[in-house]
Design a protein around this ligand. Structure first.
Ligand SMILES: Nc1ncnc2c1ncn2[C@@H]1O[C@H](COP(=O)(O)OP(=O)(O)O)[C@@H](O)[C@H]1O
Ligand SMILES: [Mg+2]
Length: 266
């Protein structure tokens, strides 16, 4: 991000007085840097997602309304993320939820928005791990980082091990993002659209307050249905994501071995 005034250093040098002053771009520069610390990459299995490639044409035939909504979101991604609008996808495993969410995250990165992608188990593990003696970041630093990215993509909200403490931290992240109008993308298999109270399981799992915020930020969840397509696409299985064994919460190595350059401070 080059700046006309400071040439990208964040400081303006007064040669005569031999002094440096912070440039007006510096706060934004620092926020980007904080965000970059958690900014994720698209997992390898989803790197090639695009509207033009399978499974998108198939998904468009089976879920025209959902894919149309995703297209609209992607076409206006800058405005939507600036307004803190999100999206969430629900349905059984293997129906294309993560694929659609990754498509949005990829578009957001292409539009130069900072994006962090975590599975919920990994996000919760990161929060817990801030209490380890060898933790690289404090809890407040981590929460600050998770709140500074333009888009937080939480994948696979399911039946994970939780505790009241961890749910409180999750609420803090979601609520802070809500208050600062920053977008969230979520996928979950915990909403059963056929049930009398479709979101009951989700509310029990991550708490009423967090679920209410998600409705406010993302509207109604987009329902995916059908058979588990993963069984048919075994050649394309995503890498399993470790849940609680990662010592460094900022180590993205299970997502990818090569940095993509996205989400880095420049
Ligand atoms: N409608 C579909 N047609 C063909 N393949 C699909 C379809 N939906 C998903 N897939 C494939 O199934 C696998 C799982 O999709 P994914 O988006 O990870 O599902 P979910 O997140 O709902 O569990 C991927 O390899 C994806 O390409
Ligand atoms: Mg998924």
């Amino acid at each position: 991000m080059d700046c006309d005034k400071c040439d990208g250093s964040g400081f303006i040098f007064d040669e005569e007085a031999r002094k440096a002053y912070p440039c007006e771009c510096r706060p934004a520069r620092l926020a980007r840097k904080r965000a970059a610390a958690v900014a994720g990459r698209i997992p390898k299995a989803y790197r090639g997602v695009s509207f033009e490639r399978e499974p998108l044409p198939s998904l468009e035939r089976s879920h025209p309304h959902v894919v149309r909504a995703v297209r609209r979101y992607c076409d206006t991604i800058t405005e939507r993320t600036q307004a803190g609008r999100g999206m969430w996808f629900t349905g059984p495993p293997g129906t294309g939820k993560t694929t659609l969410a990754m498509l949005i995250s990829k578009r957001a990165m292409e539009a130069d928005r900072t994006v962090a992608i975590y599975s919920l188990p990994r996000l919760l593990a990161m929060l817990r791990e801030t209490f380890r003696d060898d933790a690289t970041h404090s809890l407040s630093q981590l929460i600050d980082m998770l709140c500074s990215v333009d888009l937080l993509h939480i994948d696979d909200v399911g039946a994970e091990q939780t505790s009241p403490w961890v749910l409180e931290q999750l609420y803090t992240v979601v609520n802070t993002r809500y208050e600062e109008q920053r977008s969230i993308i979520v996928t979950t298999n915990l909403i059963d659209i056929a049930a009398e109270q479709p979101d009951q399981e989700l509310r029990e799992q991550i708490g009423d307050r967090t679920v209410s915020r998600l409705y406010e930020m993302c509207g109604d969840p987009l329902p995916m249905f059908g058979a588990d397509r993963r069984l048919e696409a075994q050649f394309n299985l995503p890498e399993p994501v470790p849940t609680s064994t990662t010592p460094d919460p900022f180590d993205d190595s299970q997502w990818d071995e090569r940095p993509s350059g996205y989400g880095r401070s420049r």
